[in-house]
Design a protein. Structure first.
Length: 607
């Protein structure tokens, strides 16, 4: 697995990055017994089936089956190569890694993408320097200061200014040795009528957009003039820059999101930056589009609670509703920070100050149901009796979707007080809705459930045979204790029944012979085949008897030996049966078939 990377470097990096700490930066983990559990970051789920064991330094999801050590976690999560994961974890722990590893890390990306990322970093520095230190950038700098931003905030976000020139950036990158024609996919340039590259961003304040690794993959630009051009302009979509899969400021906010268990979602860059300066460091923003399901899944992976804080106008109200629907469908716990009088978060902070924004807006965020009660009011004139009744019906429909009976009662009381209706009346109207909901669930579950016979057959297939159980238990103990591995090696070598277990056993014997201690995480790194890695992780996570006796080990070995003998007998008899058939001896062929059936019956009865 390590390839050209020295094993001692891999081991030093692995041991300096505790898997619980690393995964805990991406997944909310809670300790249960010896292990930690959380929602799997690799597939959608509502109940935690993702397990991390600190003792063995491995993870395993009982839902989707993915598993591995600290390196494979980052490789799966962020699409990194092995060398890239080593480099990233080395940087995290301050471990020095040879330049050869860094070169491997760079080769893990396509040359085109690597060139684009390098060019983007040069452009970030260029635009930021223009903003802070030149006459050309003075207009942009004064605009940002006028919005209340400090130099520290401007530097933190590396805000910049693109001059109003057709080819300023083109010439700059040409001077650095790049060919702008090859950078069209970065979104930095467009083309003129002669198909020549020209600057995409002109006369705009620039917001660098970084991915979760902190690499600049795109830019957003705000015009400072009027005219027909769009107020905001983003880089065009590319392999590196996909608006529906990214969130502005996620790289800087991630640690605070993890620590607080909460993320605040804004509509724009300025809102995030103003909130950051106001002390709200867990804010992110969509990139000029509505919130997507992919973004909702990303948020759920990192935060228990999502607070939506959109503009306080009609458009913001509608966008909040749409985002709420997507987040709730994904299982996120949602609250809504309501802004009044058409203000956006940036305006509110400048008018009322940072402290009031945090106290009166973020901390006072409404529950999803309270927001829905406000949202539904806009469709009705509550001074009219008919509209009042329709509004009550709509709210009852929403309350019926709430799982908690305590919460349902709370909102029924709110509705009762607001509409001057008795609780008994509302409860009476709610009950048929609850029955209908449960009925639908029953039908849905019945439709999904297989017929009893199918279910029984499926279950039978899942029952492991005696030798499969013996193999798994032996391998689990061999992974835990070298002495048991040596005993098994003496008795049966690598002669397991299952091919994959044979291969793993062979690798494990070699691993111990090299002087390594029992260490599942280290052993996984030594395996090249992902399927073998997964089987090792699954086996290592099996519950086993801590102090297994020699007799139990011998029993498992005996079971495997018996299976080997029976398999050999059957194979030999099948060959004899084919020969009898070829010699036109049906009586002998039938006799052999009876023997085979008898052996198989004996095997089945011994399970």
């Amino acid at each position: 697995m390590a390839g050209a990377i020295p094993e001692e470097i891999v081991e030093e990096v692995r041991k300096s990055n505790d898997i619980v700490d690393v995964i805990g930066e991406h997944v909310q983990l809670k300790k249960q017994g010896r292990n930690y559990f959380g929602l799997c970051p690799f597939h959608g789920e509502k109940s935690p089936s993702f397990s991390v064991t600190q003792e063995k330094q491995i993870f395993h999801c009982f839902g989707c089956g993915k598993g591995g050590n600290v390196f494979t976690f980052l490789m799966e999560l962020e699409g990194l190569s092995f060398s890239q994961s080593v480099q990233k974890l080395a940087e995290r722990s301050g471990t020095e890694v040879p330049a050869s590893v860094t070169e491997q890390q760079e080769r893990g990306q396509s040359r085109e993408d690597q060139t684009a990322l390098e060019a983007n970093e040069w452009v970030v520095k260029l635009y930021h320097n223009l903003l802070r230190n030149t006459k050309e950038g003075k207009t942009g700098y004064e605009y940002l200061l006028g919005r209340g931003l400090t130099d520290e905030t401007i530097d933190t976000f590396q805000l910049g200014f693109a001059p109003n020139s057709r080819d300023f950036t083109v010439k700059f990158l040409e001077g650095k040795g790049y060919k702008p024609q090859e950078l069209l996919h970065t979104g930095l340039f467009s083309t003129d009528k002669e198909n020549k590259p020209q600057d995409r961003f002109r006369g705009r304040v620039i917001f660098p957009i970084r991915n979760h690794l902190g690499k600049t993959v795109g830019f957003g630009g705000r015009t400072l003039g009027g005219g027909q051009e769009p107020k905001y302009l983003n880089s065009s979509e590319s392999e590196l820059f996909q608006k529906g899969r990214m969130l502005f400021n996620f790289d800087l906010a991630r640690s605070e999101i993890r620590k607080s268990g909460q993320v605040v979602v804004f509509e724009g860059y300025n809102d995030v930056i103003a909130a950051h300066q106001a002390g709200v460091r867990n804010g992110v923003a969509t990139l000029g589009t509505s919130l997507t399901e992919t973004q909702a899944r990303l948020l759920k992976r990192y935060a228990e609670q999502v607070v939506i804080c959109y503009d306080g106008d009609k458009a913001g109200f509608e966008a909040t509703y749409r985002a709420l629907q997507i987040l709730q469908k994904n299982g996120n716990h949602v609250r809504v920070a309501m802004l009044r009088d058409g203000l956006d978060p940036d305006d509110y902070i400048r008018e009322h100050g940072a402290e009031k924004f945090k106290r009166s807006i973020i901390d006072a965020a409404l529950t999803a149901m309270s927001f829905m009660m406000h949202y539904l009011k806009q469709d009705y004139n509550l001074s009219l009796e008919g509209d009042r009744l329709q509004y009550v019906e709509k709210v009852l429909d929403e309350i019926a979707q709430i799982e908690s009976s305590v919460e349902r009662e709370h909102y029924l009381r709110e509705l009762s007080n607001a509409m001057d209706l008795s609780m008994d009346t509302l409860v009476s109207d709610l009950e048929p809705r609850l029955r209908k909901r449960e009925s639908k669930r029953g039908v849905s579950n019945s439709a999904k459930a297989p017929a009893p016979k199918q279910q029984s057959r499926h279950y039978e297939k899942k029952i492991p045979t005696a030798f499969q159980t013996a193999e798994k238990q032996l391998l689990a103990h061999m992974l835990r204790t070298a002495a048991i591995a040596y005993k098994v090696q003496e008795e049966i070598g690598a002669s397991f029944i299952t091919d994959q277990v044979q291969v793993i056993a062979t690798h494990l014997y070699a691993f111990y012979e090299e002087g390594n201690d029992a260490d599942v995480s280290q052993f996984v790194s030594s395996l090249e085949d992902p399927s073998l890695q997964q089987l090792v992780i699954q086996t290592a996570m099996l519950p086993v008897v801590e102090d297994i006796s020699d007799q139990e080990i011998s029993d498992y070995i005996r079971t495997i030996k018996r299976e080997q003998v029976n398999k050999t007998d059957i194979s030999q008899l099948l060959a004899e049966q084919r020969q009898a058939e070829q010699e036109n001896d049906p009586i002998r062929a039938a006799q052999i078939a009876m023997k085979i059936m008898e052996i198989r019956r004996t095997l089945k009865s011994s399970l």
